[in-house]
Design a binder for this molecule. Structure first.
Ligand code: ATP
Length: 241
C-alpha cells in the first residue's frame, strides 16, 4: 500500500534549485535507499519531506493526505520522522530524557521506551548518561531511538554512518536490520557506501543535480548501472545520444 507519494517536488536555496521535479512513492514497510554524490539534493529533499524546508511546488501525500504545507511539528504527529545528519541531541539531558521528550510530540503507536531499548539494546546501559558524553555511534543510536519514539510511519535516515568507525557502522546497521523485521515502519536511507545501500534497501533512487536519474531494485539494476548514475555517466550518455 502506498504510504508516501511525492509528485513533481521542487525545492531550492535562493536562486539555486536543489530538488527538481522529484516524484516517487514509498510503500508501507518498504526500505528505500537514496543515493547521490555530494550536493545532489538528498538532504534538501529530506528536509522538504520533513517540513523543515519549504517546497516551491509539487505535492507530498502521506496516507493520501496532503502535507506539503504542513509544519514539521504536524508532520511528526502524522508519522514522518527525520534523523538528521549530525544528530542534534540535547547534550545536557540524559539519554532517557532525550528519548522521552521525543515521545511526547509524536504520533500514538506501538513504540515505547521499552520497545526502543529492545530494538536498540546498546542504549539500555546508557539511559542515565548525558547525551553530550556519548561516542558518535552511541549518539547516532540515540538519534534513531528518539525518532522511533515518535512512532513514525516513515523514518528518514540521513547518512547515519557519517563519521563512525567501521565497527560502529556494523553495529548500527545490525540494529537497523532488526528494525526492518520488527515494525512496518518504512525507511528512506541516505547512505554514501553504495554496497551498503544496495544490500540494505528494497529499492534505490539515485539523485543527480536535483533529479532522480535511476530507480529500481538494486540487485536487478546492478552495481555498474548504479555507479554510472551516481557519477552522472549514464546521464551524459542519455543527453549525448
Ligand atoms: P551532501 O551529501 O553533501 O549532504 P546532498 O545530496 O545532501 O549533499 P544538499 O545538501 O541537499 O545535497 O545540497 C543540494 C544543493 O543545494 C547543493 O548545490 C548545495 O550547495 C545547495 N545547498 C544546500 N544547503 C544550502 C544552503 N543552506 N544554502 C545555500 N545552498 C545550499
Amino acid at each position: 500500500m502506498t504510504l508516501l507519494s511525492v509528485t513533481n517536488l521542487v525545492a531550492g536555496h535562493g536562486l539555486l534549485t536543489a530538488v527538481r521535479e522529484v516524484s516517487f512513492s514509498l510503500d508501507t514497510g518498504e526500505v528505500l535507499g537514496l543515493i547521490g554524490a555530494n550536493g545532489a539534493g538528498k538532504t534538501t529533499l529530506f528536509r522538504t519531506l520533513a517540513g523543515v524546508h519549504p517546497a516551491i511546488s509539487g505535492t507530498i501525500l502521506l496516507d493520501d493526505v496532503e502535507v506539503t504545507d504542513s509544519s514539521a511539528f504536524r508532520r511528526v504527529a502524522r508519522g514522518i520522522a527525520m534523523v538528521p545528519e549530525g544528530r542534534r541531541l540535547f547534550a545536557e539531558m540524559s539519554v532517557r530524557e532525550n528519548l522521552l521528550v521525543a515521545g511526547e510530540n509524536g504520533r500514538r503507536g506501538p513504540w515505547s521506551l521499552d520497545g526502543v531499548l529492545a530494538a536498540l539494546p546498546a542504549l539500555a546501559p546508557l539511559l542515565n548518561v548525558p547525551a553530550g558524553g556519548l561516542s558518535g555511534g552511541q549518539r547516532q543510536a540515540v538519534a534513531i531511538g528518539r525518532a522511533l519514539m515518535s512512532n513514525p510511519k516513515v523514518l528518514l535516515l540521513d547518512e547515519v554512518s557519517l563519521g563512525l568507525s567501521p565497527v560502529a557502522i556494523e553495529g548500527l546497521y545490525e540494529q537497523l536490520e532488526g528494525l526492518k523485521r520488527q515494525a512496518d515502519t518504512a525507511m528512506i536511507v541516505v547512505e554514501q557506501d553504495l554496497d551498503r545501500a544496495m544490500g540494505f534497501s528494497d529499492r534505490v533512487l539515485c539523485m543527480l543535480e536535483g533529479r532522480i536519474v535511476l530507480e529500481g531494485d538494486p540487485q536487478a539494476l546492478g552495481k555498474q548501472a548504479i555507479t554510472d548514475a551516481y557519477f552522472g555517466l549514464a546521464h551524459l550518455e542519455v543527453t549525448h545520444a
